[in-house]
Write a protein of this length. Structure first.
Length: 293
């Protein structure tokens, strides 16, 4: 159901604390993404600083994204947390708002076993029927979702995709082989997207597309058309940007880059702080190299 390049949207914020959501900047960001060929939008995920947003802010970001997208591309917000009841609540709200799906992260901090992870997703979807992308990101959650768990969940009619950010190409290949066409695998790591396409992934949920949407989208478009050499060329062109977007905690470098481009403030919420001068210099160099600045 979900394939191609989806942008894990940053949440633009005002310069002054408490850094209220900058709705105008968000609207401009969404419009630019769509104009540059992005296939879908994922607000309020890791890159959107969702864990620091109050519920009314979460709803504001999701509704603004929906309104600006106006049905042109799917909007699939992050609705997951480490509490199953809270995940049900946010997933229910996303469905009521008219979102085309939900991105639900593996519960973090609690470190649930594979059986508990499976029980969590089944409990959520017993309460809310919505196309769901399972999000496996062990570096953030502290727990890996095994291929066997994902393969079992692929039998659920509402689980249509997995955002694989384990950093393990072999794990992705196991999911593709074991689940077949029951589930779409999406790369959750920009720098591994090419490798995951080669083992069966059908797209990516990207941080770099916030900054370079058309150039990022070119990678999968080329691969899907059979132009593997073109996809490799497009991917290598963005190698430096993709690498340096993670020299500090995401989304700090991405917001620094967007600020250099005049798109928004570089403000982030504590416990994150704005990018260091070194990171800003790196971003400026990458944007110049790409002809964006």
């Amino acid at each position: 159901m979900f394939h191609g390049t989806y942008t894990a949207l940053v949440t633009p914020m005002r310069e002054r604390a408490p850094h209220h959501v900058d709705v105008d900047a968000l609207r401009h960001l969404v419009e630019e993404q769509i104009e540059n060929g992005i296939d879908g939008l994922v607000p309020c995920g890791t890159t959107g600083e969702a864990v620091t947003l109050h519920e009314d802010e979460w709803a504001l970001v999701v509704q603004t994204t929906l309104d600006q997208a106006a049905g042109r591309v799917p909007v699939v917000p992050g609705t997951g947390s480490n509490a199953t009841d809270k995940t049900i609540h946010f997933t229910r709200r996303a469905k009521a708002m008219g979102c085309q799906g939900a991105l639900i992260v593996t519960p973090y901090y609690n470190r649930p076993t594979p059986a508990a992870q499976e029980a969590h997703y089944r409990a959520v979807l017993a309460e809310v029927s919505i196309p769901t992308i399972v999000y496996n990101v062990p570096s953030r959650t502290g727990t890996n979702m095994t291929p066997e768990t994902i393969i079992r969940l692929a039998d659920h009619p509402d689980i249509v995709a997995v955002k694989e950010a384990s950093g393990n190409v072999w794990q992705t290949q196991e999911i593709v082989v074991g689940a077949g066409d029951k589930i779409t695998v999406l790369s959750g790591d920009d720098n591994l997207a090419l490798a995951l396409f080669a083992v069966g992934a059908k797209g990516l949920i990207s941080v770099s597309s916030n900054v370079a949407p058309r150039l990022t989208g070119d990678i999968y478009r080329a691969y899907a058309s059979g132009d593997t050499a073109g996809a490799t060329k497009a991917g290598l062109r963005l190698y430096g940007l993709m690498k340096n977007l993670f020299v500090e905690s995401n989304p700090v470098p991405a917001k620094a880059a967007l600020a250099l481009l005049g798109k928004m403030s570089d403000a982030v919420r504590l416990p994150l702080i704005p990018a260091s001068d070194k990171t800003r210099t790196l971003m400026q160099s990458e944007l110049t190299t790409l002809g964006l600045l």
